[in-house]
Design a protein. Sequence first.
Length: 333
Amino acid sequence: MHQEGTFAFGVVFGATAMKGRALVTGGAGFIGSHVADHYLEAGYDVTIVDDLSSGREENIPRAAEFVHADIGSSEVRRLLERTRFDVLNHHAAQMDVRVSVEDPSFDARVNILGLLNLLEGARAGGTKRVVFASSGGVVYGESDDLPHVEHARKLPVSPYGVSKLTSEYYLAAYTQLYGMQCVALRYANVYGPRQNPHGEAGVVAIFCSRINRGQQLTVFGDGGQTRDYVFVRDVARANMLATKWWTDNPATIDATAFNIGTATETSVNELAQALIGAVGAAVSIMHAPERAGELRRSAVAIERAGRDLDWKPETALGEGLKQTYEWIRENGA
C-alpha cells in the first residue's frame, strides 16, 4: 500500500529485481496514474508526487510511494536531490486554458517555475532522464495543414500553450548544458478511465457522465469541430517507450518531441454518435451557441513516434469510449 510522505529506497519490487526508480509528478491524476501503473508493471520502483489539487488519492497505485506536496516546493526539490531517480516523468500541471487566460502569472508559476524546481532538483541528484507531458493541441495553434507534424509552426493562442512550449525550450537547454536526456510527448486529446467529468474535463468524460445520468448531450456550435482522440493506456505506453529513447545533440526542440495521437480527426457530432452507439444509449443531442476561442480543427501526425519509438495507438475509438463509459458508470462519476 502506498504510504504518504515516505520515500522509496528499496532495490526489489515484489519478487522482481527493481528495474529503476521513477518519480511521476501528477501521478494521482488522470494520465499520470496510468503512467505510474505502467512503470510499476515494468518493474520500476515508483514514487508519486501530487498536491491533490485535481488528482484523486484513489487513483494512486497501491504499490507506489506517495509524497503529498507541490512540485514547486523545497520538499520535492530535496527529494530529487537525495534520491537518484532514473527517470523524472512530469505530468503535474495547471492545465485549464481558461485559468491561464484569467491568471497567466499563476499558470507560469505552476507550469514553468514548477518545472524548473524539478529540473534543478534532478540535476543535483543526478537524474538524467526526463519525460515531459506537452500538448499537441495547444503548441501548434490553429492551422488547416493537418495533421500537425512535429516541425510545424508553433503559435500558441493561450498562456497555457505558451507555458508548454516554454517548458520544451527549457528542457532543450538542460539537455545542452547538463547532458540530460529530455523527451517531450505532445499529446492529442487524451480520454479514458479516471478522467474527471467535472471542471476542465474532456468532452468524452462529460458526454459519458451525462449519458450515465440520462441527460441529453450538449454540442457547442455546429459540432463540426474536430479533435484527435487517443486512449489513455496507449498514451501511458508511449511514456514507457520514451523513457528508453534518447538522441545526441538535438538541433531543435522538435528533435526530442513526439506527437502522441491517432492522426485522425473526429468531429464532436461524430464523437457523440459513436459514444451513443458504443454504449447503447438513448439520449438526445442539443446544440448551444459556439464558444469563443475554440480551435476549429486539431490532429497530430504520428509517423515519427512509429518510426523512432515503435509506438502506435492500439485502442479503437469505439472500444475506448465503451471502457471510459463503463468506468464512469461503475464509479458513479
